[in-house]
Write a protein that binds this ligand. Structure first.
Ligand SMILES: Nc1ncnc2c1ncn2[C@@H]1O[C@H](COP(=O)(O)OP(=O)(O)OP(=O)(O)O)[C@@H](O)[C@H]1O
Ligand SMILES: [Mg+2]
Length: 366
């Protein structure tokens, strides 16, 4: 019997591509450990996000490649770990050094479910094991504390060297909201510099710790305030929430153009209130027509990340601070939300790899 050697396993894994990143796992530096004991092989694969939509496929492909190349292999074990790849950007690194990626959730129009989507994306990514922060930057109606079931106000701690605010946390998501700064009875009229000043403070004066993804719920629209904000936040990219009606798609298009203008990549479009599933029969109804978000994504050369159904339970969940992926566990809604969050995480990884992350290098040539 010939001995199985480390390089035999590495060579086999060179034939396995990450289907999203279109490079092989060795080139992507995703093979972290290879252990061989007799004819048993144990490989540790480090994914670029714990929310990888293709985790099972990658595992199966690794096993198939090793079996094919090394017929003597008997027991093949693939451990999946993850380490989120970071957006390399000097502005982000100086303002948010512990945060790997920043994602804006935007919409051209109000009331399309942007905050609902921002909260559920954050909670879904955290559920998959990512470290997630959420900044509610919606000056018109900060609604995230309620949607995330948070009633307290953040605490400030002061030491000899620093004065920092501690974010509040629920469902594994750390939160700061413009709502914490305003008094419900005395509405503030915000202007661009004030809004960007407050958001700057959230980035620099809050103890976020290490985060894989920081999500920003932006105010709806594409005016001066929104433009100031997207220039203030060092963004890895953005997602645009729309509803299927034509008027809303026109607004989504404007949102996308705003990000193009400031060179922020748009990871994709999420269509909310996309369809209705009758609770008694399970039949799916396209209330506002079909495929608008998908068509828009194609036209604007971005991804369609998925569509979320309209369901009174989604509104009730928002009002009572219970996000879909917890409150409607194992329903179509939960599955769709998890899928959208994973599609987004994959787009973030693709953007970082294509931009040339330092993490990509060939090692393990022993
Ligand atoms: N898929 C859905 N099914 C049912 N209700 C929904 C859905 N998505 C959002 N809603 C409800 O619609 C209302 C508006 O949603 P949300 O506050 O998330 O929108 P928004 O775009 O953030 O609005 P605004 O522009 O005011 O910030 C909320 O009451 C929310 O609970
Ligand atoms: Mg909102």
């Amino acid at each position: 019997m010939t001995d199985i050697r480390n390089e035999n396993v590495i060579d086999a894994l060179r034939k396995v591509n990450d289907p999203d990143l279109h490079k092989d796992l060795v080139t992507l530096n995703m093979i972290k450990d290879v252990k061989i004991e007799g004819s048993n092989i144990n490989v540790t694969v480090e994914l670029t996000t714990p929310a990888c939509p293709l985790k099972d496929k990658i595992r199966e492909d690794c096993i198939a490649a090793i079996k094919n190349d090394i017929p003597a292999a008997e027991k093949i074990e693939i451990n999946m770990t993850s380490n989120v790849r970071s957006h390399k950007d000097s502005k982000k690194d100086s303002i948010l050094p512990g945060v790997k990626n920043t994602i804006a959730v935007a919409s051209g129009k109000g009331g399309v479910g942007k905050s609902t989507v921002a909260v559920n994306l954050a909670v879904a990514l955290a559920k998959d094991g990512a470290k997630v922060g959420l900044i509610d930057a919606d000056i018109y109606g900060p609604s995230i504390p309620m949607m995330l079931g948070i009633e307290d106000k953040p605490k400030i701690y002061q030491s000899a060297e620093t004065k920092k605010m501690m974010p509040l946390e629920n469902y594994g998501v750390k939160l700061m909201s413009i709502g914490f700064l305003v008094d419900d009875d005395n509405p503030v009229i915000w202007r661009g510099p004030m809004a960007s000043g407050a958001v700057k403070q959230f980035m620099t004066d809050v103890d976020w710790g290490e985060l894989d993804y920081m999500i920003f719920d932006l105010p709806p629209g594409t005016g001066d305030i929104q433009l100031t904000l997207v220039q203030t936040i060092p963004l890895t990219g953005a997602v645009i929430v729309t509803t299927p009606q034509e008027v809303s798609l026109v607004d989504a298009r404007k949102g996308l153009k705003m990000f193009n203008r400031v060179n922020v990549p748009v990871f994709g479009i999420i269509e909310n209130m996309s369809y209705f599933i009758a609770p008694d029969t399970g039949t799916k109804y396209d209330i506002f027509g079909n495929g608008g978000g998908e068509k828009l994504a194609n036209e604007l050369k971005t991804q369609f990340l998925g569509g979320i159904a309209i369901d009174p339970r989604i509104r009730q969940g928002g009002d009572s601070g219970k996000p879909i992926v917890y409150d409607l566990k194992d329903t179509e809604h939960d599955k769709m939300m998890m899928k959208i969050a994973r599609n987004l995480a994959a787009e973030v990884s693709i953007t970082n790899i294509n931009k040339g992350s330092d993490d990509v290098e060939i090692i393990l040539n022993d």
